[in-house]
Write a protein that binds this ligand. Structure first.
Ligand code: EPZ
Length: 436
């Protein structure tokens, strides 16, 4: 049954939004539970499809998962499996994050090779080359990455051509159990990488340089689960997405439980566009500040403007007075949302890696298809500001990374509802259940 979101645009919004725990922090943290047997506890974890996929993968490897009130408990004492099957990897590329911990703890791992995805080919060569530098032997067979390190891993110097987030995370997790010292140059500095490093430190790892592009990891023989429950850091991409609302529709909102320090660049750019944003501890207030001004921006690794907010700010800039320019530097296909925005009346031209957005345009409601997670959020923002009704299909993407989006928006006054497409009862040989 196909679900879709039905949104009637034009309603002003006001109120508070509680920011959920970060998807891109909880995924590596769950993978890190494979590094040492025992009981791990997490709070402020987000109820997301991707979290469920990672928990299913840990379960497949032999871990036990339980929810006790607000605490998510993972017990990896009985983990013995070393395979991440294609069925799970195809659903979530971040499954590759179990590779480093498995080969570090068990000396072996068999992980399905992730394919491309709607935003790009997404290679994992940095992950594999880094593991080879640490002494692992890697072969690719029948679509699987076979990794062996019978004598264990040993420290090495690793240099990334690009500060890859999950490659940094994977290799940090491998290096904490390697013999000797590992250095990672041109490492990613995202807050989610720092969060993982702090978890590993709480497990007994010795890591220097967290938050910089140069990490030094002194390997230990063994680690143990953090002594206390870990609270997942707030999701800066979810927060940044909602911060854009006052640029699209009359809205006065307050984000609760946000970490403004992780959003410095997006907040600066939104202020430049004309939004009034005030930070008050872990609360961020946002409202419109008059005419929206166009922007020239380019996505970059942290602390630059995040690629994961590129689609969302494009929706916002359709309302700006004049020409805006967005250059996407991380992923070669991350403009799929342009085609759907055009169907809503947006005036956007794409030339290679740069999109030119002419505004202001009053978007019209339409039936649109979300192609990836952040494109889904972009279309929700566009629909909230459009004239009339928008139906957004492809909700499996949205549910991967936004906890209860329609509930959070409805609480602000949005007209948004999740519906099911009820096709005709039956149509000849192709009725439901015919598999036609
Ligand atoms: C992480 O993906 C995030 N996912 C992505 O968020 C995010 O867009 C991306 O970082 C950039 O910030 C998770 O953390 C689970 P990269 P990742 O490796 O690690 C090239 C979302 O919407 N590269 O930093 O896969 C790659 O092609 C998702 O939440 C290699 O060439 O991204 C890209 O051009 C989407 N070889 C660049 O690095 C490699 O081995 C950045 O990719 C790895 C990466």
């Amino acid at each position: 049954m196909r679900e879709y979101l039905e949104i009637e645009g034009g309603y002003s919004l006001s109120g508070e939004i509680v920011v959920s725990g970060a998807k891109n922090a909880v995924l590596p943290a769950l993978a890190a539970t494979l590094l040492a047997p025992g009981r791990y506890r997490f709070t402020n974890w987000p109820r997301l499809r991707d979290l469920c996929t990672m928990l299913e993968l840990l379960g497949h490897l032999g871990a036990r998962v339980e929810v006790r009130g607000e605490v998510l408990e993972v017990d990896t004492s009985t983990v013995e499996g070393m395979e991440a099957p294609y069925e799970l990897v195809r659903r979530m590329r971040a499954s590759i994050l179990v590779l480093g911990p498995l080969v570090a703890r068990f000396g072996r791992a068999r992980v399905a090779m992730p394919g491309g995805c709607p935003i790009g080919k997404r290679p994992v060569d940095f992950h594999l080359r880094g593991l080879e530098r640490l002494g692992a032997r890697i072969t690719l067979e029948h679509g699987y990455i076979l990794t062996r390190a019978d004598e264990g891993l040993r420290g090495a110097e690793i240099v990334f051509d690009f500060p890859s987030v999950t490659a940094t995370e994977n290799l940090m997790m491998a290096a904490v159990l390697a013999r000797g010292r590992t250095e990672i140059h041109n490492a990613a500095r995202e807050p989610e990488v720092v969060f993982l490093g702090e978890m590993l430190r709480a497990m007994g790892a010795r890591i220097e340089g967290l938050g910089t592009d140069h990490l030094i990891i002194h390997g230990r023989n063994e680690l143990s689960p953090p002594p206390a429950p870990l609270s997942i850091i707030p999701d800066r991409i979810e927060a940044g997405t909602y911060l854009m609302l006052p640029g699209l529709i009359p809205a006065e909102i307050t984000l609760v439980g946000a970490e403004a320090a992780h959003l410095e660049t997006p907040i600066a750019r939104l202020r430049e566009a004309g939004l009034e944003i005030e930070v008050e501890g872990n609360r961020i207030h946002a409202r419109a500040g008059g005419r929206l001004r166009p922007l020239r921006l380019a996505t970059a690794p942290y602390p630059g403007f995040p690629t994961d907010l590129q689609a969302q700010i494009m929706a916002l800039l359709t309302r700006a007075q004049g020409l805006s320019f967005i250059t996407e530097n991380l992923f070669e296909k991350r403009f799929q949302h342009v085609f759907e925005l055009r169907r809503m009346g947006a005036d956007i031209e794409v030339d290679e890696r740069t999109a030119v957005i002419r505004g202001p345009v009053m978007l019209q409601g339409a039936e649109v298809e979300a192609t990836d997670l952040r494109a889904s959020a972009c279309l929700v923002l566009a629909a909230l500001s459009a004239e009339g009704i928008t139906r957004i299909y492809g909700l499996e993407h949205l549910d991967r990374g936004y906890e209860g989006m329609e509930k959070k928006l409805r609480a602000l006054g949005a007209r948004i509802e999740r519906k099911r497409y009820e096709g005709p009862a039956s149509f000849g040989p192709c009725g439901p259940g015919s598999g036609g």
